[in-house]
Design a protein around this ligand. Structure first.
Ligand code: C2E
Ligand code: MG
Ligand code: MG
Length: 690
């Protein structure tokens, strides 16, 4: 087409989005439409005559030359030549050109014509995409979690190394496999249902755990998160997800559950579990009008063996006694060790006096048989108290209490005998109402005061906080231990005003220390179940903070594990309310009850304090050690601060420090002391790594 004819199409050409141009054989523009001018960045009147060398650098100029030269020599149209141009304003753009020869009437080449397109943005996008794809691949290959993609039928279409490893298959074996290859039938059904749900709702599923079988037949636990893959049109084409091997965590949890319900030394159930079983038996006996007996035994002279022959000998005696009790009683009877040298037994079908007497005699005589300790024989005896349901108590507490009282009278009667509870010892039970009576006035008569126990950071050795502990000194009763009067205050409700007072006092005290220029430490206050469920609690905390001016961050509330895990409604809301004020939450006495770590993670807590009973087992006891380490480990996983409570010996300290515990509290560093003594400690204590 000649120039003149072309001009007729000028307006059309100027309206197309791609650049259209014509050049002479040397590569100088003879024509350019609006788009071509824009791409090159020159106005229309300057572009005519402009040579390609003027708007390319040397490298790109060569590239352009050879491409056009090829077209000239071959006569073929050059498809999609790419190079970079430099616009008039100096900016650089990527262009894509397709060009062909312009021939005159005799067929002689006179120039080139072609279209051009600015592909800078597209290039950029392509590069980004490629880079992100590479990045994505590296991440997938390197993550420890297993990554997979499956098609709509559940067959693997992509797996990373971690997945191959955890299932024990090679990559090419896995591709094409579905759930049936690595899960039992019932699990397969669950998995299909799970994927189906993701398919139907489009909503991802998080942390779904199931049991899997590896290629070698070993079982494991795995937790998967799954999302839907859609194609460009939004149509589901498969699923992708992450799988995590949680076998070890499951085993930890199992171990911990066992620990929470069993005595690690003897393997008998512990006091917590025993109380649960006792409650179940009471319910049953109540419903069917049955009776049963509770035997409460304390060893005589055990302390002497422990003190003279050492703890190991003491442990051996306890293990031996447990074994003998097991041999003497039926498999269906419950035997528990309550701690120390106290054992308790629940005998379901024994309630008539003759049966009880016969069995009690039998137990005491097996206990009386000599124990071999390192070649020498020692005799240990037991004193036993017996209570009968329902006559000696209709609830757990009373039944245990009456058996305990009967046991004391057996001790008084010269040990190595048993006593069945009789109402003569009952007056002692009034202790509870006596406490209640006297406690009512304790606050107003200034009989209550606080002591404080410091807590050390194990890394720096600095004092990081103190725990406020309530004390009661009464003119009639003398000093009463918190474990004796706090349960009473709980049951009468007096813990509410008392607890409010503790909060105020502790916050004020902490501010007082700060005013003396001492180090900023946190103060922790124990909150019992009754308080936690009190509607006023949040208000009380806010008041105590406002009155004292204490930074909320420096206040910690300690709540016992059994309260947190009590499944009472509202607990989680109250905890959230407390967190909203900015106060720290600590789970106290962790590991003393049902320590379900999998449950703990759903609560908004900052740290947990491992119970003294666990710490006292370490480092002598291997199982305690394993379990404590597991608890610490999981604490770390959940990003919680871990505190050890009741550290008394250098060995315990060394153990908890080596097991990467964060904080410790215990007699080894300091007993609970007065505010002045804390001030002196804060002033004089030189932090050094412990
Ligand atoms: P807790 O909160 O677990 O407090 C720790 C207890 O362990 C304290 O007993 C403390 O004196 C003791 N302790 C600390 N280190 C060691 C150690 O190395 N060895 C030994 N053998 N014991 C150690 P305490 O003062 O008798 O308090 C007992 C419990 O009474 C507390 O247990 C807490 O649950 C409760 N309690 C104390 N003060 C309050 C309070 O103000 N309000 C409420 N609701 N409960 C409180
Ligand atoms: Mg505490
Ligand atoms: Mg505690």
């Amino acid at each position: 087409m000649a120039r003149a004819e072309l001009n007729e199409y000028d307006s059309i050409i100027n309206n197309i989005q791609d650049g259209y141009f014509e050049t002479d054989l040397a590569g100088s523009f003879t024509y350019a439409n609006v788009a071509a001018c824009e791409i090159c960045g020159y106005p229309k009147d300057e572009i005519i005559g402009l040579n390609y060398r003027q708007y390319t650098d040397a490298t790109n100029g060569k590239k352009a030359f050879s491409a056009f030269n090829k077209i000239y020599k071959s006569g073929d149209a050059g498809k999609l030549i790419n190079y970079e141009i430099v616009r008039k304003d100096g900016t650089r753009r990527q262009v894509e050109i397709s060009a062909s020869l312009i021939l005159d009437r005799s067929g002689k080449p006179v120039g080139f014509r072609g279209t051009t397109r600015d592909i800078t943005n597209r290039r950029q996008m392509e590069e980004n995409l490629q880079r992100s794809e590479e990045r994505y691949r590296t991440i997938i290959d390197n993550i420890e979690d297993a990554y997979f993609e499956v098609d709509l039928k559940g067959k693997f279409t992509f797996v990373n190394d971690a997945l191959c490893e955890s299932l024990g298959y090679f990559w090419d074996e896995l591709i094409g496999m579905d759930h049936r290859h690595y899960a039992e039938e019932s699990t397969v059904r669950e998995l299909f249902a799970l994927f189906n749900r993701v398919y139907r709702t489009g909503a991802p599923v998080k942390a779904y755990s199931f049991e899997l079988s590896r290629k070698d037949g070993r079982k494991g636990f795995c937790e998967i998160s799954v999302t839907l893959i859609r194609d460009k049109q939004g149509k589901p084409v498969g699923f992708r997800g992450i799988a995590r091997d949680v076998t070890e965590r499951k085993q930890f949890e199992e171990q911990i559950r066992h620990l929470a319900t069993h005595d690690t030394l003897t393997g008998l159930i512990n006091s917590f579990m025993f109380r649960e079983l006792l409650q179940e038996n009471i319910d049953y006996a109540h419903r069917y009008g049955k009776r049963f007996a509770l035997f409460f035994m304390d060893l005589d002279g055990f302390k002497i063996i422990n003190d003279t022959l050492g703890h190991e000998a003491g442990d051996q005696v306890l293990v031996e006694c447990a074994a003998r009790l097991r041999r003497t009683l039926r498999a269906s009877d419950c035997i528990a060790r309550l701690g120390g040298d106290e054992f308790v037994m629940l005998l379901r079908d024994v309630s008539r006096l003759e049966e009880v007497t016969l069995l009690a005699d039998k137990i005491l005589s097996t206990i009386r048989e000599p124990v071999d300790l390192g070649g020498s024989e020692y005799v240990v005896t037991g004193s036993m108290g017996i209570s009968i349901y329902p006559q000696d108590g209709e609830d757990v507490h009373t039944l245990m209490k009456t058996a305990d009282l009967a046991m004391y009278s057996a001790k008084e009667k010269g040990k190595d005998n048993f006593q069945i509870f009789s109402p003569e010892v009952k007056p002692l039970l009034h202790e509870k109402s006596l406490f209640g009576e006297l406690l009512r006035f304790a606050l107003e008569r200034n009989e209550l005061f606080l002591e404080y126990q410091p807590r050390l950071n194990l890394k720096t050795g600095a004092i990081s906080g103190v725990e406020a502990l309530l004390r009661w000194r009464n003119p009639t009763l003398g000093s009463v231990a918190p474990l004796q009067f706090i349960p009473v205050a709980e049951s009468t409700g007096q813990i509410i005003p008392i607890g409010r007072w503790v909060l105020q006092k502790a916050c004020l005290q902490n501010v007082a220390w700060q005013r003396q220029g001492l180090a900023r430490v946190s103060i922790s206050v124990n909150i019992s179940q009754r308080q936690l469920l009190d509607e006023q609690l949040i208000g009380d905390i806010e008041d105590a903070l406002a009155e004292s001016g204490l930074d909320p961050e420096l206040l910690e509330l300690e709540i016992a594990e059994r309260t947190i895990l009590s499944n009472l409604p509202r607990i989680i809301d109250v905890l959230k309310g407390i967190k909203d004020i900015g106060v720290q939450l600590v789970v106290d006495d962790f590991g003393s009850g049902y320590s379900s770590l999998s449950q703990i993670r759903y609560f908004p807590i900052d740290s947990f304090k491992v119970d003294r009973s666990l710490i006292s087992g370490a480092p002598a006891n291997e199982i305690s050690k394993v379990v404590i380490r597991a608890i610490f480990e999981i604490g770390k996983l959940l990003d919680l601060t871990v505190v050890s409570e009741g550290v008394e010996t250098p060995e315990q300290l060394a153990f908890v420090r080596a097991s990467s515990c964060d904080l410790m509290q215990g007699f080894y560093f300091s007993k609970p002391v007065s505010p002045d003594e804390i001030a002196a400690l804060l002033r004089e204590h030189v932090p050094r790594p412990l």
